[in-house]
Design a protein around this ligand. Structure first.
Ligand SMILES: [Zn+2]
Length: 175
Protein backbone atom coordinates (compact mmCIF):
# COMPACT_ATOMS: atom_id res chain seq x y z
CA UNK A 1 0.00 0.00 0.00
CA UNK A 2 2.77 2.39 0.96
CA UNK A 3 4.51 1.60 -2.34
CA UNK A 4 1.36 2.38 -4.33
CA UNK A 5 0.96 5.69 -2.58
CA UNK A 6 4.57 6.49 -3.36
CA UNK A 7 4.03 5.77 -7.03
CA UNK A 8 0.90 7.89 -7.18
CA UNK A 9 2.54 10.91 -5.60
CA UNK A 10 5.81 10.41 -7.55
CA UNK A 11 6.53 12.19 -10.79
CA UNK A 12 4.50 10.30 -13.42
CA UNK A 13 6.86 7.36 -13.48
CA UNK A 14 6.11 4.91 -16.25
CA UNK A 15 5.83 1.28 -15.39
CA UNK A 16 7.33 -1.38 -17.62
CA UNK A 17 6.54 -5.10 -17.59
CA UNK A 18 9.39 -7.51 -18.18
CA UNK A 19 9.53 -11.30 -18.48
CA UNK A 20 12.41 -13.18 -16.94
CA UNK A 21 14.10 -15.67 -19.28
CA UNK A 22 15.06 -19.18 -18.11
CA UNK A 23 18.61 -17.78 -17.90
CA UNK A 24 17.26 -15.34 -15.29
CA UNK A 25 17.78 -12.33 -17.57
CA UNK A 26 15.47 -9.57 -18.70
CA UNK A 27 15.89 -6.33 -20.63
CA UNK A 28 14.47 -2.94 -19.71
CA UNK A 29 14.13 -0.30 -22.41
CA UNK A 30 13.87 3.31 -21.29
CA UNK A 31 10.61 4.80 -22.65
CA UNK A 32 12.27 8.21 -23.00
CA UNK A 33 15.62 7.59 -24.71
CA UNK A 34 15.09 3.93 -25.81
CA UNK A 35 18.36 2.96 -24.18
CA UNK A 36 18.19 -0.74 -23.18
CA UNK A 37 19.79 -2.37 -20.16
CA UNK A 38 19.88 -6.13 -19.53
CA UNK A 39 19.63 -7.29 -15.94
CA UNK A 40 20.49 -10.62 -14.37
CA UNK A 41 18.14 -11.47 -11.52
CA UNK A 42 21.07 -12.07 -9.16
CA UNK A 43 21.97 -8.36 -9.42
CA UNK A 44 18.78 -7.48 -7.57
CA UNK A 45 19.45 -9.62 -4.49
CA UNK A 46 17.16 -12.00 -2.63
CA UNK A 47 13.41 -11.42 -3.18
CA UNK A 48 13.79 -8.09 -4.99
CA UNK A 49 11.15 -5.39 -4.73
CA UNK A 50 8.48 -5.71 -7.38
CA UNK A 51 8.25 -3.26 -9.06
CA UNK A 52 11.79 -1.98 -8.69
CA UNK A 53 13.07 1.40 -9.88
CA UNK A 54 15.27 1.43 -12.99
CA UNK A 55 17.21 4.69 -13.26
CA UNK A 56 18.34 5.43 -16.83
CA UNK A 57 21.51 7.47 -17.51
CA UNK A 58 19.24 9.95 -19.34
CA UNK A 59 17.68 10.86 -16.00
CA UNK A 60 14.35 9.04 -16.33
CA UNK A 61 13.43 6.49 -13.68
CA UNK A 62 10.97 3.73 -14.62
CA UNK A 63 9.16 1.28 -12.39
CA UNK A 64 9.82 -2.25 -13.62
CA UNK A 65 7.42 -5.10 -12.89
CA UNK A 66 9.07 -8.51 -13.01
CA UNK A 67 6.94 -11.36 -14.41
CA UNK A 68 8.19 -14.79 -13.52
CA UNK A 69 7.32 -17.93 -15.42
CA UNK A 70 3.98 -19.26 -14.23
CA UNK A 71 3.80 -22.86 -15.38
CA UNK A 72 7.13 -23.93 -13.97
CA UNK A 73 7.05 -26.62 -11.29
CA UNK A 74 10.01 -27.30 -9.06
CA UNK A 75 10.78 -30.64 -7.42
CA UNK A 76 11.70 -30.20 -3.77
CA UNK A 77 11.88 -32.19 -0.55
CA UNK A 78 10.86 -29.84 2.26
CA UNK A 79 9.58 -30.82 5.69
CA UNK A 80 6.45 -29.07 6.82
CA UNK A 81 3.19 -29.46 8.68
CA UNK A 82 -0.43 -28.67 8.06
CA UNK A 83 -3.81 -28.24 9.68
CA UNK A 84 -7.16 -28.89 8.03
CA UNK A 85 -9.02 -25.64 8.55
CA UNK A 86 -12.33 -27.11 7.38
CA UNK A 87 -12.18 -29.75 10.15
CA UNK A 88 -12.50 -28.15 13.62
CA UNK A 89 -11.13 -31.32 15.28
CA UNK A 90 -8.01 -31.39 13.13
CA UNK A 91 -4.58 -31.19 14.76
CA UNK A 92 -1.24 -30.33 13.16
CA UNK A 93 0.25 -33.16 11.10
CA UNK A 94 3.66 -33.59 9.51
CA UNK A 95 4.04 -33.50 5.73
CA UNK A 96 6.66 -33.33 2.99
CA UNK A 97 6.42 -30.84 0.15
CA UNK A 98 7.38 -32.82 -2.98
CA UNK A 99 6.98 -30.18 -5.65
CA UNK A 100 5.86 -26.59 -5.82
CA UNK A 101 4.74 -24.04 -8.41
CA UNK A 102 3.22 -20.58 -8.15
CA UNK A 103 -0.25 -22.12 -8.35
CA UNK A 104 0.06 -25.03 -5.94
CA UNK A 105 2.10 -27.95 -4.68
CA UNK A 106 2.19 -31.69 -4.16
CA UNK A 107 2.50 -32.83 -0.56
CA UNK A 108 2.99 -36.28 0.98
CA UNK A 109 1.53 -37.14 4.39
CA UNK A 110 0.36 -39.98 6.59
CA UNK A 111 -3.08 -41.53 6.07
CA UNK A 112 -5.76 -39.10 7.23
CA UNK A 113 -9.11 -40.84 6.80
CA UNK A 114 -11.19 -37.68 7.14
CA UNK A 115 -9.22 -35.73 4.54
CA UNK A 116 -11.01 -35.26 1.24
CA UNK A 117 -11.13 -33.25 -1.95
CA UNK A 118 -12.38 -29.73 -1.32
CA UNK A 119 -10.92 -29.44 2.20
CA UNK A 120 -8.91 -26.33 3.03
CA UNK A 121 -5.48 -26.60 4.63
CA UNK A 122 -2.86 -24.25 5.96
CA UNK A 123 0.56 -25.72 5.16
CA UNK A 124 3.59 -24.35 7.01
CA UNK A 125 7.14 -25.01 5.81
CA UNK A 126 10.52 -23.38 5.39
CA UNK A 127 12.02 -22.90 1.92
CA UNK A 128 15.61 -23.97 1.32
CA UNK A 129 16.45 -20.50 -0.01
CA UNK A 130 19.20 -18.28 1.38
CA UNK A 131 16.80 -16.42 3.67
CA UNK A 132 15.18 -19.70 4.89
CA UNK A 133 11.82 -18.08 4.24
CA UNK A 134 8.96 -19.47 6.32
CA UNK A 135 5.71 -19.79 4.41
CA UNK A 136 2.18 -20.43 5.67
CA UNK A 137 0.07 -21.10 2.61
CA UNK A 138 -3.68 -21.57 2.54
CA UNK A 139 -4.51 -24.28 0.04
CA UNK A 140 -7.47 -26.26 -1.26
CA UNK A 141 -7.18 -30.03 -1.68
CA UNK A 142 -7.73 -30.77 -5.39
CA UNK A 143 -6.52 -34.38 -5.52
CA UNK A 144 -5.96 -37.17 -2.98
CA UNK A 145 -3.94 -40.27 -3.97
CA UNK A 146 -2.74 -43.19 -1.84
CA UNK A 147 1.05 -43.58 -1.92
CA UNK A 148 2.94 -46.92 -1.86
CA UNK A 149 3.64 -46.75 1.89
CA UNK A 150 0.05 -46.42 3.06
CA UNK A 151 0.12 -42.63 3.20
CA UNK A 152 -1.39 -39.96 0.99
CA UNK A 153 -0.23 -37.65 -1.74
CA UNK A 154 -2.22 -34.42 -1.93
CA UNK A 155 -2.55 -32.13 -4.93
CA UNK A 156 -3.03 -28.64 -3.48
CA UNK A 157 -4.00 -25.35 -5.06
CA UNK A 158 -3.06 -22.12 -3.29
CA UNK A 159 -5.85 -19.81 -2.16
CA UNK A 160 -5.39 -16.03 -2.06
CA UNK A 161 -1.61 -15.79 -1.87
CA UNK A 162 -0.63 -12.32 -0.72
CA UNK A 163 1.79 -10.22 -2.84
CA UNK A 164 4.71 -11.11 -0.56
CA UNK A 165 4.05 -14.85 -0.89
CA UNK A 166 3.67 -14.54 -4.67
CA UNK A 167 6.93 -12.65 -4.86
CA UNK A 168 8.79 -15.18 -2.67
CA UNK A 169 7.50 -18.13 -4.74
CA UNK A 170 8.16 -16.38 -8.05
CA UNK A 171 11.74 -15.75 -7.07
CA UNK A 172 12.16 -19.26 -5.63
CA UNK A 173 11.03 -20.82 -8.95
CA UNK A 174 13.92 -19.07 -10.68
CA UNK A 175 16.62 -20.39 -8.35
ZN1 LIG B 1 16.61 6.89 -20.79
Amino acid sequence: MADNMGMMTGMAEESIQVHVSPQKRFTVQCPQCKNARTYHLDELGQNPKNPFPHPCPCGKTSQVWINYRKAHRKEVNLIGSFVITTDPKSFRRPCTVMDISQAGMRVGTELVKTLQKGDDLVVTFILNDKAKTKLELRSAVRQVFPDKKGGLILGLEFINLNPHQQQVLGFYMMT
